[in-house]
Design a protein around this ligand. Structure first.
Ligand code: CMC
Length: 443
């Protein structure tokens, strides 16, 4: 450090024992002391670091937010190295074993497990809001027969904002509460309508005598029977899948909901953005991609060739790898167990054998081991959905239904967080600078 070095306190008090980071700008020789809070430094603190007064100040560059926290959140905790997932501090394994999706949704939204009276009220409120406006049916009818149900879901949930124009009063807690209930209640109805439309079957209205997953199964599969009676094993398996998919902290779609919601738009529009993000094959579309991959592999004999292709970079082993989990995704373990329960009812899906063998080979192969690539939530979920008779296009929809409670919990947290503002990243401009317009006949 040169004798001319000066130390500037950016903010906070580095002498009080609070942890700080000392940074020396080698362009100027100046040293800065930057507070460290909760293991993070504030990107804005770096703005003070300038070569001269005209300098905009140092920015951080982090495409895809690989090392940037965008919020403070008390909803979901993940330790990707240890394979831990907790909602509001409760381990996912305990919730999957002992809770129900609606109770988990309450937990995510309200922060605590409900008392029996609170759960009864919550269940009642969700149940009586499952119907959608009749015009939604006509709206759905407008889609082509082969429309992807995820596109239909995205469009129809966004359209709900036009049915509830009061929803843009996002500063009113009571208003937020009613939209929260509506969204969680109506998502399965929209999803089932999208499915029935694709199948060319009449829409089935919600049955308020049934549980949340039971009603969904009824809206999907009811035909001529007067009352649909869901198989309790399928109902429970579906409820577990819903629990596992309810939230996953700042993933791509949640980030989309927060980013779009930060403009203070209504929650239906923000959730539509979440559905759009979830549609992509690297996110909620992965379970669809897994199933197509297993169908393409077709027999165990083809697995070695397929693995070689993956290692040569020709394609990815879908359902493997995760940005956060560098260990077995805890949800994948629970789903693997749930597949057995479902197959007891539906009969074994022959693709399971290929999946299990693929997993075994990949977990022993240095390519996957050295990159810490393990099965994620999507590796087995598609097999269950296929066993339920769902077309692959419905798989991401099955993810979107339960993720709605997580999106809304995150949206509620965001709109009440005084530190949050409209999301607006910076850029490093790499294009041309000022140049004069050239008339078209002179180019
Ligand atoms: N198959 C083969 N190689 C892979 C895979 C895979 N599934 N995933 C990552 N890699 C390799 C990748 O090629 C790279 O290798 P190298 O260092 O030699 O270039 C290395 O592992 C690191 O990969 P990355 O792309 O930098 O990792 P990421 O954190 O950006 O990507 C991921 C995470 C989930 C997008 C990725 O693992 C992937 O594409 N997986 C397949 C799709 C999938 O299953 N998605 C579902 C995610 S879980 C559900 C959800 O949250 O939506």
């Amino acid at each position: 450090m040169s004798s001319e070095t000066t130390t500037q306190r950016v903010s906070g008090d580095g002498t009080s024992g609070a942890p700080t980071l000392t940074v020396t700008d080698n362009r100027t020789g100046k040293t800065y002391e930057i507070p460290i809070t909760d293991g993070t430094v504030r990107a804005m603190d770096f703005r003070q670091i300038k070569v001269d007064e005209n300098d905009f100040g140092l920015m951080t560059y982090d495409p895809a937010f690989t090392n940037t926290a965008s919020c403070r959140s008390a909803i979901t905790f993940i330790d990707g190295d240890a394979g831990i997932l907790e909602y509001r501090g409760y381990p996912i394994e305990q919730l999957a074993e002992q809770s129900t999706y609606l109770e988990v949704a309450y937990l995510l939204i309200h922060g605590e497990l409900p008392t029996q009276a609170q759960l009864d009220q919550w269940t009642h409120d969700i149940t009586v809001h499952t119907f959608v406006h009749e015009n939604i049916k006509s709206f759905m009818q407008g889609f082509r027969h082969d429309a992807h149900p995820m596109g239909m879901l995205c469009g129809s949930v966004g359209a709900l904002s036009t049915f509830y124009p009061d929803a843009n009063d996002i500063k009113d807690p009571e208003n937020r509460a009613i939209q929260t209930i509506r969204l969680i209640a109506k998502m399965p109805t929209l999803a089932a309508f999208a499915y029935r439309h694709a199948m060319g079957q009449p829409y089935v209205y919600p049955d308020n005598d049934l549980s949340y997953p039971g009603n969904f199964l009824s809206m999907m599969y009811k035909m001529t029977e007067l009352k649909y009676e869901p198989d309790p094993r399928l109902e429970r398996a579906l409820d577990i899948l819903f629990i596992l998919h309810a939230d996953h902290e700042q993933n791509c779609s949640t980030n989309a909901v927060r980013a779009v919601g930060s403009s203070q738009v209504d929650p239906y529009s923000a959730v539509a953005a979440g559905v759009a993000a979830l549609y992509g094959p690297l996110h909620g579309g992965a379970n669809e991609a897994v199933l197509r991959m297993l169908q393409r592999i077709a027999t165990k004999d083809n697995i070695p060739d397929f693995i070689e292709g993956v290692k040569a970079g020709k394609e990815r082993l879908m359902g493997f790898g995760h940005r956060v989990y560098k260990n077995y995704d805890p949800r994948a373990k629970i789903i693997k167990k749930a597949t057995e329960d479902v197959f007891e009812v539906t009969g074994v899906n022959p693709l399971l054998e290929i999946a299990v063998e693929l997993e075994k080979i990949a977990l022993e192969d240095d390519y996957f081991v050295s990159r810490r690539l393990y099965p994620n939530v999507d590796f087995y979920s598609g097999l269950i959905y296929e066993a339920l008779g769902l077309p692959v296009t419905m798989f991401p929809v099955m993810f979107a239904i339960p993720r709605t409670s997580g999106w809304i919990a995150q949206w509620l947290e965001m709109v009440q967080d005084p530190e949050q503002k409209i999301a607006r990243p910076r850029q490093i401009y790499t294009g041309e600078r000022r140049r004069d317009y050239v008339p078209i006949n002179q180019r």
